[in-house]
Design a binder for this molecule. Structure first.
Ligand code: SAH
Length: 371
């Protein structure tokens, strides 16, 4: 078996090496992996952790994904849609807190009313959150699923500049197992290309620890991130939700919880080592598994965190998986505690900045040079 130090010192990783890193359960090797990832984060990004205030503005969804708690057929939750003013209040709160950027996330809808509403909301946020530090207003990342190429262009023109759409898994068979027929792998791929084409910084990612997912699948996922030239990565552990068809895997999930968590952290480190200058989010799902999961994600090579700023009254209805943190009335501690939590692990917060993906910036500079 190849020595881990040798792999970590090679200029690039091949699939066999990625697999070797993914499969290690040796704590000393995992620590070497983590340290290398952290070193490369400092070299290729910055020492700062960037904050994106996460606004889950609607849980209406036309899809019925087998893993997701806000799937169309989950009648146990009440559906909500925040008003433009409510969203704006959240955005202003992010601005005041120095977050620099927000993420607008929702269940999927593709109707005209939804699209127009979102465009107008984006325009309004951009206009009303201009400040000395942010002359163009808050940075806006969208996470509203599959849309038409025209719609992506509209969202971009309205002022959003980053878009997250996870491929969920690059294994077509596995993709089929966790999605209804209507959600196709091919369409998801087309959407990813359309998002890039529209001008967005592209974020994608996968769920880690899905039933039947192999380490080889995860290695292929990492290779795919490079192939599609992603600027941002958002990955997290798969967590069972009791009111979804995949609750039948509860036993598998709870028996493997620790392993899935470790695997998610290793994926972050390997993504950092393999992709170098992309932004990597340490997702809430990590925190759902272990109280300090998100901070651990940062220690393993992530450089972005998305504090919850959805109004507390609706948070309980935006539960994608069981055990989601920060849904009670004390959740506003997040604001103060997030900076402290980051400082506690010896990292710095990047206040009042977009904190865009260095990978995207590098590509943009190369293009200017070519012209
Ligand atoms: N509809 C939007 C955004 C909402 S879901 C979209 O499709 O992009 C955002 C992400 O949450 C999904 O991409 C999925 O990877 C993740 N997610 C959903 N259910 C989950 C679960 N049970 N465990 C872990 N992650 C989950």
């Amino acid at each position: 078996m190849e020595d881990i130090a040798q792999i970590l010192n090679s200029p690039d990783l091949n699939k066999a090496q990625i697999l070797r890193l993914l499969s290690t359960e040796n704590p000393i090797e995992i620590e070497q992996l983590r340290q290398k990832a952290r070193e490369l984060t400092l070299q290729n990004c910055s020492e700062k952790v960037y904050l994106r205030g996460l606004i889950e503005f609607s849980n209406y969804c036309v899809n019925d994904c087998y893993y997701c708690g806000i799937r169309k057929s989950n009648y146990k939750i009440s559906r909500y849609f925040l008003t433009k003013d409510e969203i704006l209040q959240c955005a202003n709160f992010a601005l005041k807190s120095g977050y620099g950027s927000i993420v607008l996330q929702s269940g999927e809808r593709r109707d005209r009313k939804f699209i127009d509403f979102l465009c107008k909301t984006i325009e309004k946020i951009k206009k009303e959150t201009k400040s000395e530090n942010l002359p163009d207003g808050l940075g806006i990342t969208l996470c509203v699923g599959e849309q038409s190429p025209e719609t992506y262009k509209k969202f971009f023109s309205a002022g959003a500049h980053r878009y997250l759409l996870r491929i969920e898994t690059t294994n077509k068979e596995l993709f089929k197992q966790i999605h209804p027929k209507k959600v196709s792998f091919e369409r998801r791929m087309e959407c990813l290309y359309a998002i890039k084409e529209a001008g967005f910084q592209l974020g994608t990612g996968v769920m880690i620890g899905l039933p039947n997912q192999t380490l080889e699948n995860l290695a292929d996922d990492l290779i795919f991130f490079r192939k599609i030239d992603a600027d941002m990565i958002g990955m997290g552990p798969y967590i069972v939700h009791k009111d979804t068809p995949m609750q039948k895997y509860s036993k598998y999930f709870y028996n493997n919880k620790r392993k899935i968590y470790q695997l998610a952290l290793k994926m972050i480190s390997i993504a950092r080592i393999y992709l170098k200058n992309v932004n990597i989010a340490s997702t809430t799902a990590l925190q759902a598994l272990y109280p300090f999961g998100r901070e651990e994600g940062l220690r393993y090579g992530a450089n972005v965190i998305m504090p919850q700023i959805t109004p507390i009254s609706v948070r309980k209805n935006y539960i994608l998986y069981d055990g989601k943190p920060c849904i009670d009335e004390f959740a506003n501690d997040c604001l103060n505690c997030i900076a402290k939590r980051i400082e506690l692990i010896g990292q710095k917060v990047g206040y009042n900045e977009y904190g865009d993906s260095p990978h995207f910036k590098e590509k943009a500079e190369k293009n200017v040079y070519k012209k």
